[in-house]
Design a protein around this ligand. Structure first.
Ligand SMILES: [Zn+2]
Length: 598
């Protein structure tokens, strides 16, 4: 079989044979009928259901959600693969409107569960028959104080289509439409945004800076759109906080994540206490590159001796071997993504940037999008996304309402997979220079998933808070961004001037508010888990697998407790940074400068 990246596009026919075929049309009709039937059976009656009745309702709800998920994910896959394709555009918009309408018709279920008298709810939630849905029921109830009447909820949801969702779509389409011409290695090239960002790994400093600048400056040229999108997303959120009575911008996210505000604040505060570790690394890297001071376009620069490129087939084998080394059962799961056409790897105009893994339902396999350019970082990204894939597959024993891991745990397998890949590569490697490069890449990666994500979260907080006081000019957003980044970089890194626009391409701010701290959470959790794995070896794998298999059936704290982790322990987060400190020491040792510069 040929795994050449050129040919590696995903096969969506297991979802629907054709975007214009009768199967798709039939499912639209069936979904509509499902929802109408569900509504007529249960609307206004949820509070009167007994345990068997509620179980039947929840099971029916899951069945109809499965169909909606299939439709939604199919449209999303087509759109992500080519947002310029008119069929994909039309279908994606149709599904968004359709899903929104049916979603409004289904709001009553959660609303009626919330309105149920406390005593009755407690009796039902503790009924053994509903044990599999207890966590779902309790999660729904958490939002009770912030929820409005059905008519109001319906209106809010309906207006999202032309509000936040419309701005989000505009953001996606504009960002995916960019094409760049840039001279690279003496040759004028046509590049996508992703390929430009890939050039941050180019050995030549001037090329890195030119590429990053060109990327950022293009965003600056569209300051009217990006300014409007960010302002309106923040205003929209601010209004929602006010309407629902939340106390601060992050509260809905924390509530959904089942994390007390204090735990999140502690996570971020400990991260900030450890910023000096990042600066220590940046100074070290500047020396390795022979620079007086690092620019932020140099952070991912390859070290001279290790400018290694990987073919897609090599990358794939490395990732498979790394997962296989953890568990022989994992390798075939990961391999099936390639053999079953569930990976799209080639960067091209119109295709969504970055990478993602999309879990659909417990009965349909997940899909992975990559933008493979051949450097070590891309290999790590494959390991990352296939970690998500493994997680989704293992969680398939859950029913749909328990399928998706809570956000703070959603990055567990992905980050673990990256770490395992690094250790695998380090063990295989005899060459000291390559080992140094690998360690640097891992440290850079940890910095990117902890410190950088913390900077992003702090910026996002300030964006929302300041927007509450009125319109933010794009320049002001740039200032907030600059100030928050300066907290991390200090005097160790010089930010290039166009980086004032660095906020404008971070899609998490648009797609998933306050998602970024989930990366910090996951990285530190995984570093702690990995330390246990190193101590316990193969005996640890079932504990990790249990976390992954549980999907979203329990709160984060309950999910990780059997693996010996207490999220309420204030010292827990520091342990993750201790692992980073050890990696830095390992690097210094390889460089032959133990203890120097400390
Ligand atoms: Zn991820």
């Amino acid at each position: 079989m040929d795994y050449d990246v050129q040919q590696l596009v995903w096969d969506t026919t297991r979802l629907y044979p054709d975007s214009r075929g009768p199967e798709l049309a039939a499912d639209f009709a069936a979904a509509e009928a499902d929802v109408a039937g569900f509504r007529s059976s249960y609307a206004g009656k949820v509070a009167e259901l007994d345990a068997p009745g509620l179980l039947a309702a929840l099971t029916a709800f899951e069945t109809l959600q499965e169909r909606l998920a299939r439709l939604g994910c199919y449209a999303h896959l087509l759109f992500a693969a080519d947002s310029g394709d008119p069929t994909a555009q039309t279908l994606s918009q149709r599904v968004a409107e359709f899903g929104n309408k049916l979603g409004r018709d289904l709001l009553f279920l959660e609303l009626e569960l919330m309105e149920m008298p406390e005593e009755r709810f407690t009796t039902l939630a503790s009924d053994p028959l509903l044990a599999g849905y207890r966590h779902f029921l309790e999660l729904v109830r958490r939002f009770r104080p912030y929820t409005l009447a059905e008519r109001e909820e319906r209106l809010l949801k309906q207006k999202r289509l032309t509000g936040a969702e419309a701005f989000s779509r505009l953001f996606d389409e504009l960002s995916a439409s960019f094409q760049f011409r840039l001279e690279v290695d003496g040759e004028e090239q046509e590049l996508t945004g992703e390929e430009l960002l890939g050039l941050l790994h180019h050995p030549d400093a001037a090329t890195r800076e030119r590429a990053f600048s060109a990327f950022l400056e293009r965003h600056a040229e569209h300051s009217i759109v990006y300014g409007a999108v960010f302002n309106n997303m923040a205003l929209d959120h601010g209004q929602e906080l006010e309407i629902r009575g939340y106390r601060h911008p992050m509260e809905p996210t924390n509530l959904g994540n089942e994390l007390p505000d204090a735990v999140v604040e502690r996570l971020m505060a400990v991260t900030e206490e450890n910023y000096p570790l990042a600066r220590e690394y940046f100074r070290l890297k500047a020396r390795l590159l022979g620079l007086a001071k690092l620019k932020n376009s140099d952070i991912y620069a390859p070290l001279a001796e290790s400018d290694r490129k990987y073919t897609f087939a090599e990358a794939r084998e490395l990732v498979l071997a790394a997962y296989g080394a953890c568990s022989t059962a994992w390798r075939p799961i990961v391999e099936s993504f390639f053999s079953e056409g569930r990976v799209d790897a080639l960067p091209r105009p119109g295709k969504s940037g970055g990478a993602f893994c999309m879990g659909i339902t417990p009965h349909l396999p997940p899909y992975v999008l990559l933008n493979f350019t051949g450097n070590l970082r891309d290999v790590a990204t494959i390991a990352h996304e296939l970690g998500h894939g493994l997680h989704f597959v293992l969680a398939q024993e859950q029913s749909l309402l328990n399928y998706h891991a809570p956000l703070p745990l959603a990055e567990t397998a992905s980050v673990f997979g990256e770490l395992v890949l690094t250790r695998h590569l380090l063990e295989q490697e005899g060459d000291r220079q390559v080992k140094i490069a690998l360690l640097c890449a891992k440290i850079e990666d940890i910095i990117a998933t902890t410190f950088r994500q913390n900077v992003l979260t702090r910026f996002e907080e300030r964006l929302h808070r300041e927007r509450a006081g009125g319109l933010l000019l794009a320049e002001r957003i740039g200032e907030l961004w600059w100030e928050e980044n300066a907290q991390l970089y200090g005097d160790a890194v010089e930010m290039i001037e166009p980086y004032r626009w660095g906020w404008s391409y971070i899609s998490h701010f648009i797609h998933a508010r306050f998602y970024c701290y989930s990366y910090v959470f996951a990285e530190l959790l995984v570093l702690a888990l990995y330390r246990t794995y190193q101590a316990e070896g193969a005996a640890f794998v079932p504990k990790l697998e249990a976390i992954l298999r549980s999907g979203g059936s329990q709160s984060p704290a309950d999910t990780v407790r059997p693996a010996g982790i207490d999220l309420a322990d204030p010292g827990f987060w520091q342990r993750g940074y201790d692992v980073l400190r050890e990696l830095l020491e390992e690097l210094r040792e390889l460089l032959g400068e133990e203890g120097k510069g400390r």
